[in-house]
Design a protein around this ligand. Structure first.
Ligand SMILES: NC(=O)c1ccc[n+]([C@@H]2O[C@H](COP(=O)([O-])OP(=O)(O)OC[C@H]3O[C@@H](n4cnc5c(N)ncnc54)[C@H](O)[C@@H]3O)[C@@H](O)[C@H]2O)c1
Length: 436
């Protein structure tokens, strides 16, 4: 089949390359010409482990190509995927202008009966809305909802070995069902991973899944605050709770607040969807509020340590990406911290193995950038760990002690809590852990 992926970002590029890997012919289209030029020149605009090899292989085999001529790519396609951004509006709802634009383009340029697949995360009702937009197209357009569940940092593996593939499709739409079954068959060979449902349920499933995960994190972040008050250790509590097979161990880590391009916006969008339907989702709204408060946790600790005067203090931040194995800094807890440190008059030195280019695009010369983790710590009054990249997990603390001007180590990921750092002359603090 000939596929067109409209939107060549984290989701579109990974999905397009992986479909090409399974033998489909894929054109990845994007209105961002500089991105397309990079891809045509053999460069991958994002850091995503394993993606470069998949892209290279499929391009060399002639199955994957790139274009900024979105209309032409739609014209040639049998299946068009929508993988454009759906950023939050000021009122918390999702901005669907890019989705609508692609739908209008499909209505105008499609030259055959085809399937239009909504892969972007979109609120309930978007499938219906898109059907209205394409209703008068000269050829039948079958609109399917197929939300994407890949995780940045694991995206290629998640796409090729998914836990499940959710497909929202009318039960009597044999054309669309046939196309979707065929497309996903290669990644569902070992067992049936396709979960079929109506489009509204598919749209909601994506938001509920992300919110459930965000809620677990916010819950443990709240519990970490309680641990600090009552002298408990959130590591131990997590371990004790997560070993219950009904609960499981994942997404129970206290930290500096969840970030990324999905959880914050999707939680807000679910609250918004419910409000529009006349319902207040209390748990979901609170998940968002707890996270906003948690994003100030490290700043409060730094201010307390320096008696509320950060002017001229050099604060090193290890990690800008919202999690390891990605260069994505969207809504990262690091950004909240750095913004606040700068507003308080501190000097900030950033290190991240992959995300410094994105940090530079945001902060320019308002912060310093270090080529190495140790370089960032040089002369620092405090060192904050924000992203649990492997290289930060077991640093040479003797070397850090010599390099730093001050002694404050703030461990936003609770990785160093058992290392006996207080005995080495540091002021160690984590998030809801005893530390040593
Ligand atoms: N990033 C993730 O981990 C992830 C995971 C699952 C779902 N999603 C969802 O997938 C969607 C895309 O996310 P992303 O992270 O890939 O976004 P992104 O910002 O990385 O990529 C979106 C791309 O769409 C392009 N675009 C926007 N409007 C366009 C138009 N009219 N025509 C052509 N191209 C256009 C942009 O230039 C950009 O390259 C969002 O709805 C997101 O919530 C993201």
């Amino acid at each position: 089949m000939t596929l067109c992926m409209v939107g060549t970002g984290y989701v579109g590029l990974v999905s397009g390359a992986c479909f090409a890997e399974t033998g489909q012919t894929v054109v990845c289209a994007d209105k961002d010409e500089s991105k397309i030029q990079m891809l045509e020149g053999g460069k991958i605009p994002i850091f995503e482990p394993g993606l470069e090899e998949v892209v290279e292989r499929s391009v060399a085999a002639g199955r994957l190509s790139f274009t900024s001529d979105v209309a032409a790519a739609i014209r040639d396609a049998e299946v068009v995927f929508v993988a454009v951004g759906t950023p939050p509006r000021a009122d918390g709802g999702a901005d669907l202008s890019a989705v609508d634009a692609v739908a209008r383009s499909v209505a105008e340029h499609a030259e055959r009966e085809m399937v239009l697949v909504l892969k972007s995360t979109v609120p309930v009702g978007t499938n219906r809305r898109v059907r209205r937009i394409v209703a008068d197209a000269p050829h039948p357009i079958h609109v399917v909802s197929n939300p994407e569940f890949l995780k940045e940092g694991e995206a290629v593996n998640d796409f090729l070995r998914p836990d499940r593939v959710v497909i929202g499709c009318d039960s009597d739409d044999e054309f669309a069902r046939g196309v979707m079954s065929r497309l996903y068959h290669p990644v569902c060979l070992d067992r049936n991973r396709m979960v079929w449902m109506d489009p509204a349920s598919a749209e909601l499933t994506k938001y509920v899944a992300n919110t459930m995960l965000a809620m677990r994190i916010s819950f443990m972040n709240e519990i970490s605050q309680l641990c600090e008050k009552v002298g408990a250790d959130v590591h131990s509590v997590r371990h004790g709770v997560g070993s219950d097979s009904r609960i499981g161990p994942k997404f129970l880590y206290a930290g500096p607040g969840y970030g990324g391009s999905c959880f914050p916006k999707d939680v807000k969008a679910l609250v918004h969807t419910a409000r529009e339907a006349g319902l207040e989702l209390e748990l979901v709204a609170t998940t968002d509020r707890v996270n906003a408060r948690q994003k100030g946790v490290l700043l409060r600790k730094i201010r307390a340590h320096f008696a509320d005067d950060l002017r001229g203090k050099r604060i090193a931040v290890w990690g800008v990406a919202f999690k390891p194995r990605t260069d994505d800094i969207r809504d990262s807890a690091s950004l909240t911290l750095v913004d606040a440190l700068l507003a308080d008059g501190a000097e900030v030195i950033l290190h991240d193995p992959e995300a410094l280019d994105n940090a530079r695009a945001r902060y320019g010369d308002r912060v310093e950038y270090a080529a190495t983790a140790y370089g960032a710590a040089e002369g620092a009054d405090a060192l904050c760990l924000l992203t649990e990249w492997r290289e930060y997990q077991n640093p040479d603390f003797g070397r850090l002690k010599e390099q730093m001007r001050g002694t404050l180590l703030l461990d936003g990921r609770n990785i160093w809590s058992t290392y006996g750092l207080r005995g080495q002359g540091f002021h160690y603090d984590g998030i809801g852990v005893h530390g040593s």
